[in-house]
Design a protein around this ligand. Structure first.
Ligand code: COA
Ligand code: ZN
Length: 313
């Protein structure tokens, strides 16, 4: 009979909070800047080393029009936390740099169709633009997010070779930090195992973050698959918010509270304060007018030894 060796899992993992970018971009009504800042202030107290604060994108995503103000406020108050900003092009990178972002999260898709919808560029054009972003970055870091790395809403299944090609080009440009994104939330453990083991085989070094949406409820199963392959960095969005405006049908990110609880129960330390994250998640429906999409947020906190005010019982 087979067995699982849980002692082989990483002893600790990094959880990056992406709700202020991936979550807010998908909220249909404008969120007041002060509300974004208040949520960021609360998140800054919860133990994250990196937070994706906002995105510097075009007028197609009006929710992010206040990106510079949000970034400046965040850096002024929480300078020790790595402030990441998603950028789709050089203009976004320039704006993010002048607002003080620490890390530019350059997004492009493994699928041509999604890249065209999302950034109005071919993959090759985005890669050229990435080269220019690397040229102008100065002392700041460039992280590369490979969107639609498993499935595309327009093309279906994505061959792992498309992901490997982008990683190779990114590494040649000096970007040793990457995200592999299940933008649609349709990946499953077999597909995740196939792509991620190829990534590790071809590129054993470098920081690779897994960015999972939970459309079909497989994000935590995919997380476990990645952990068994040695991956130790994951994005989460408090409250389970999230979604790409150019990936129809996709649900939110795996919620940070479910992710942190899952990792900690497996003995993988995150350094994230679960009661504080739960308290933020609880406030989201009233603050943003969207439902809470997380198991831990809705389920009994007493069973987690956390009392109703969000303190450890
Ligand atoms: N930030 C702010 N404005 C930008 C911009 C950026 N990063 N990139 C382009 N613009 C502006 C241009 O200045 C131009 O403004 P103007 O009409 O006043 O001159 C306008 O947007 C159109 O510029 P263009 O170069 O034609 O861009 P585009 O229309 O081809 O759009 C993107 C390209 C990349 C800006 C747009 O598709 C985009 O923002 N995509 C990201 C979408 C996103 O956030 N997805 C979710 C995250 S994965
Ligand atoms: Zn996403």
């Amino acid at each position: 009979m087979g067995s699982l060796d849980f002692s082989s899992l990483p002893k600790q993992a990094e959880v990056i909070e992406v709700c202020p970018r991936d979550g807010f971009q998908n909220v249909q009504v404008p969120i007041p800047t002060s509300e974004k800042i208040a949520i960021l202030d609360a998140l800054a107290e919860a133990g994250f080393k990196t937070i994706e604060v906002t995105s510097f994108v075009g007028p197609a995503v009006p929710q992010m029009a206040d990106a510079a103000e949000v970034m400046r406020d965040f850096k002024r108050k929480h300078g020790a936390i790595e402030a990441m900003a998603l950028v789709p092009n050089v203009k976004g990178a320039e704006n993010a740099l002048s607002a003080g972002a620490d890390t530019l999260n350059f997004v492009l898709s493994a699928s041509e169709s999604h890249n065209r919808e999302n950034t109005r560029r071919t993959v090759e054009e985005s890669l050229s633009e990435l080269a220019e972003v690397c040229r102008i970055k100065g002392e700041k870091k460039v992280h590369v997010s490979v969107a639609t790395a498993f499935y595309c809403p327009f093309e279906g299944e994505i061959a792992k070779e498309a992901v490997l090609k982008i990683i190779e080009r990114a590494l040649c440009l000096g970007c040793g930090s990457l995200s592999i994104s299940d933008t649609t939330g349709t990946a499953h453990p077999v597909k995740v195992h196939d792509t991620l083991s190829a990534v590790r085989r071809e590129y054993p070094r470098g920081r690779v973050v897994l960015h999972l949406h939970d459309t079909h409820g497989m994000a935590l199963a995919n997380t476990l698959t990645a952990l068994f392959l040695g991956y130790d960095a994951f994005d989460g969005a408090v409250g389970g918010l999230g979604g790409c405006p150019f990936a129809p049908g996709a649900a939110g990110n795996v919620s940070t509270e479910d992710l942190v609880n899952f990792l900690e129960r497996l003995g993988v330390k995150t350094g994230v304060d679960l009661p504080k994250v739960l308290a933020i998640a609880r406030g989201i429906p009233a603050r943003l007018g969207v439902p809470l999409c997380s198991h831990c947020g809705q389920g009994s906190w007493t069973l987690l030894n956390i009392n109703e005010s969000g303190d450890k019982a």
